[in-house]
Design a binder for this molecule. Structure first.
Ligand SMILES: Cc1ncc(COP(=O)(O)O)c(C=O)c1O
Length: 401
């Protein structure tokens, strides 16, 4: 873990550029080019391992964003990818070979579950899925061939929080590489490298970009791992376009203020929902009755903007509530300035078999919301209005089931 010279808010804004006095643009220029011209062969050889050779290998705009992210996470280096899934799949592919085994938490993002359970077996890599915070179960699943311990914290959509210190210690004890999908946390709320995790992955599409206007992924961690992953990214070709990297940089500059506001607003929304008679259960780690409240308080500065809740009723009731909302736009994704609402069994977890969803705690009557930057009182009023569709209609909903 690297030392931080500045606080997170300062790093988010100024971590993207050199602080040396200079004459030149304040904003990072977009190197909108696929290739870089050289004057002679000696220069060609010199630039080949740099970010000024060919954009699939690297690009100066992307480098500025990558350095800013590594600084914020307190890691050696970072890499950008064309999506969060590209970051996760490319990183895992870099670190395993045929015959290797992975231990992964059960309730991770559906796309990653599909990659581990349906794609990696074709390449001879097996995964054992284990319960979120049952560390003994994680340890029992470890085999002589195990290479990776993969976790996600907080999880999507049940917002469970994994004890990072315990996971990192377990990985070190068995000489495994620990990887985490930290999309829901952001380095404003939690820096997994501080707890000893080797590789931190993100869907940068979410909080980092922050405006629901680009798709990107991030891998950041130990230099030796990042160098290995860089080679795979170059081969597979899932690099980020420099224009998207520029937009990402704009997002990073406001990451701290956005996330701090989202922490506050989402907690207020969670408290409101937990008092509502039509809400059976609220999942938010900074609520005292959340199963991981103590862990969340230990390792997170805030619980960010995503929470889920289960309505009193069935799946049809949850859909009616979601459709009745106005300030929460019906759309998948999260972490942006606009509040969004989605039904996990229809979107993020649609590809997961119903029995596995059950094990993950993803129910039909669950609604996931991402709290944006609108005024929290307006958001609460919208939810109150949306939940009112359930008043007096329970019988009808039950019959329709
Ligand atoms: C936790 C988590 N990880 C990874 C991803 C995949 O990211 P992307 O959509 O940028 O490929 C998502 C997308 O929703 C996610 O929620």
């Amino acid at each position: 873990m690297k030392k931080h010279k500045f606080r997170r808010e300062t790093e988010a804004v100024r971590g993207t550029a050199s602080l040396a006095k200079k004459n030149g643009p304040l904003a990072t220029p977009i190197y909108q080019t696929s290739t870089f011209e050289v004057t002679d062969m000696q220069e060609q050889l010199r630039v080949t391992p740099t970010d000024s050779f060919y954009t699939r290998y690297g690009n100066p705009t992307n480098t500025v964003a990558e350095n800013a992210i590594a600084q914020l996470e307190g890691t050696d280096a970072a890499l950008l990818f064309s999506s969060g899934m590209a970051a996760i799949t490319t990183s895992i592919l870099s670190l395993v070979k045929a015959g290797d085994h992975i231990v992964a938490q059960r309730d991770i993002y559906g796309g990653v579950t599909k990659f581990l359970s349906q794609w990696l077996p074709k390449l001879g890599v097996e995964t054992t899925f284990v319960d979120t915070n049952d560390i003994a179960q994680h340890e029992r699943a470890i085999r002589p061939t195990t290479k990776l311990l993969h976790i996600e914290s907080p999880t999507n959509p049940t917002v469970r929080v994994v004890d990072l210190e315990k996971i990192a210690t377990l990985a070190r004890k068995h000489n495994l590489i620990s990887t985490i999908d930290s999309t829901f946390a952001t380095p404003i709320n939690c820096r997994p490298a501080e707890w000893g995790v080797d590789l931190v992955l993100h869907s940068g599409t979410k909080y980092f970009a922050g405006h629901s206007d680009l798709i990107c992924g991030i891998a950041t961690g130990r230099r030796d791992l990042i160098e290995q992953i860089h080679q795979t990214r170059t081969t597979l070709g899932c690099c980020l376009d420099p224009h998207a990297a520029f937009l990402l940089l704009r997002g990073i500059k406001t990451l701290a203020v956005r996330v701090e506001r989202q922490n506050q607003s989402a907690l207020r929304v969670a408290e409101f929902l937990s008092q509502h008679p039509k809400v059976a259960r609220v999942h938010y780690p900074f609520l005292k009755d959340h199963p991981d409240y103590a862990i969340a308080k230990k390792q997170m500065a805030g619980a960010a903007g995503v929470l889920s809740f289960e309505v009193e009723g069935n799946g049809a009731d949850a859909c009616r509530v979601a459709e009745a909302l106005n300030l929460f736009t019906l759309a998948p994704s999260l972490g942006g300035v606009d509040s969004l609402v989605t039904i996990p069994v229809i979107t993020s977890h649609a590809m997961i078999a119903a029995d596995l969803r059950q094990k993950m705690g993803v129910t039909d009557q669950m609604i996931r919301i991402s709290v944006g930057l609108e005024h929290v009182d307006d958001l609460i009023a919208d939810l109150d209005k949306g939940l009112a569709v359930l008043t007096g209609t329970r019988k009808e909903a039950v019959v329709a089931d």
